[in-house]
Design a protein around this ligand. Structure first.
Ligand SMILES: *Cc1c(COP(=O)(O)O)cnc(C)c1O
Length: 453
């Protein structure tokens, strides 16, 4: 029997002869179509031999649907109703309008990335952001790399390769995506010297660990957890002064770091980059796409002599950012020159500070539309909820929000979650306390969270 069925499989050329396939070969590439036909016929052969059902009449349809799948963009828009504002899996910060414009220009034209137009000669890629970063942070100099992980790595490798780096045991952190401070220290070629205990580290612990081989003291912001209770850590001012007395640079990995004091917007306080600079920390590193609200980038600021050294490290070349990142970062940073309009212009801050009354309006409309759209048996209500900042920023702080809760007596919330995710564009909610929830904080238009037919 299989032999007879195998003989039913047409030859590749025969399939390609049909009008539909000819049309596809003209639209796309003949090679692409031929390869697809070959793959499908060969799979059919394997299926027949394995005794599985196949239908030679579906060949054409299969080829077309495969080609369409291949041509569809893999990266696409998602509706973030998860309640996590800076969601690492969803690409963290959304760019402001002026950054999107700058990216467009950079993507479609030659630009002065490394060209000094005034002098008509080669320029510096970092020059587009260094002045503004220094203005906003009070630092002497700045440089930029791919992300904050790269910033920490490059700083340590430059200042402390083959030598010792002292860090408190309370700061040996792991960030999501397997960034572990002890491993980064090791991979950057430095020797880790742990001091103090998990909950308490004193200035004297650092001092007694100093040796002729000490190259740096590292302070890492414990961004995604808190140690509470009987705790002690060394004030950054004291640590910086001690480092300076011993001529040892003090480096701080601030993680998110904020360029403005968020408490002025009624938000919980996250460390402000300028405070670290003013406290005398020699080098501070932070992310471009966390609270700053820009593109993925790692910003390294501090004393000019150290930044110069970092820029001379051959690894800087390997970790440098592209024109698109620089354009987006420059535009984002420029918004900070006017703190009074920042909460309107910068999407991250706009979402964080969105008035609850506005969220309520959208939630009510979304609930109404969903009630109309969903079949009988679904219960749609509006409830109080909590949004979180995400990306390790302010881990134990939440912001009051409104959520649309959707439940069904016979359908598990996980199934409802899947149903919304299958929408085009996919809608990401979350399951919490046996309910499927849509956080409305980031939803500007109620229609966005209403699943299609
Ligand atoms: C997020 C974070 C990092 C990693 O930054 P990326 O920009 O994601 O590479 C490093 N250290 C701390 C303390 C962080 O919070």
């Amino acid at each position: 029997m299989p032999n007879k069925r195998l003989r039913e499989i047409p030859a590749v050329d025969e399939v390609l002869k049909s009008a539909k396939m000819q049309e596809y070969a003209r639209l796309y590439s003949k090679n692409l179509i031929t390869q697809e036909v070959r793959d499908i016929l060969s799979k059919m052969r394997t299926d027949i031999i394995a005794g599985q059902k196949t239908d030679v009449n579906t060949i054409e349809k299969l080829v077309i649907s495969h080609i369409e799948d291949i041509l569809k963009p893999s990266i696409k828009k998602i509706i973030n109703a998860s309640g996590t504002i800076l969601h690492t899996n969803l690409g963290r910060a959304i760019l402001c309008d002026s950054a999107v414009e700058a990216v467009k220009i950079c993507a479609s034209h030659p630009v002065n990335l490394e060209f000094d137009i005034g002098r008509g000669e080669r320029g510096e890629r970092d020059s587009h952001i260094e002045d503004i970063v220094c203005r906003l942070t009070g630092a002497e100099a700045a440089t930029i790399v791919n992300n904050n992980a790269a910033a920490v790595f490059l700083t340590l490798n430059t200042l402390a390769e083959d030598r010792e780096v002292i860090i408190s045991r309370g700061e040996l952190i792991e960030i999501g995506g397997s960034f572990r401070i002890p491993e980064v220290i090791q991979k950057s070629g430095c020797k880790l010297i742990e001091v103090g205990t998990t909950n308490r580290t004193h200035l004297s612990d650092y001092i007694s660990a100093i040796s002729p081989d000490t190259a740096a003291i590292l302070k890492a912001h414990t961004s995604n957890y808190r140690v509470v209770g009987f705790t002690a850590s060394v004030d950054m001012r004291e640590l910086a002064a001690m480092g300076s007395r011993h001529a040892i640079p003090v480096i701080e990995d601030l993680g998110s770091g904020s360029l403005v004091d968020l408490s002025r917007f009624g938000l919980p306080r996250e460390p402000v980059v300028r405070d670290s600079v003013e406290a005398g920390i020699d080098i501070v590193t932070f992310s471009g796409d966390k609270l700053l609200g820009g593109p993925q980038a790692g910003i390294i600021i501090g004393r000019r002599k150290y930044i110069q050294k970092i820029n001379k490290n051959p690894l800087k070349r390997a970790l440098r950012v592209d024109k698109i990142t620089i354009a987006a970062l420059e535009a984002t940073l420029k918004l900070y020159l006017n703190p009074d309009t920042l909460h309107r212009e910068l999407p991250t801050l706009r979402f964080l500070t969105r008035p609850i009354a506005e969220i309520v309006l959208v939630a009510e409309k979304a609930a109404r539309l969903l009630k109309q759209r969903l079949a009988q048996g679904y219960i749609v209500t509006i409830e109080d909820g909590e949004s979180q900042i995400g990306s390790g920023s302010l881990p134990d702080e939440v912001i009051a929000t409104k959520v649309v809760s959707i439940t069904h007596k016979e359908i598990l919330p996980e199934k409802i979650f899947e149903m919304f995710l299958k929408n085009e564009p996919p809608i990401l909610g979350r399951v919490h306390t046996e309910k499927f929830l849509l956080d409305i904080r980031m939803i500007e238009n109620a229609q966005e969270v209403v699943i299609g037919d």
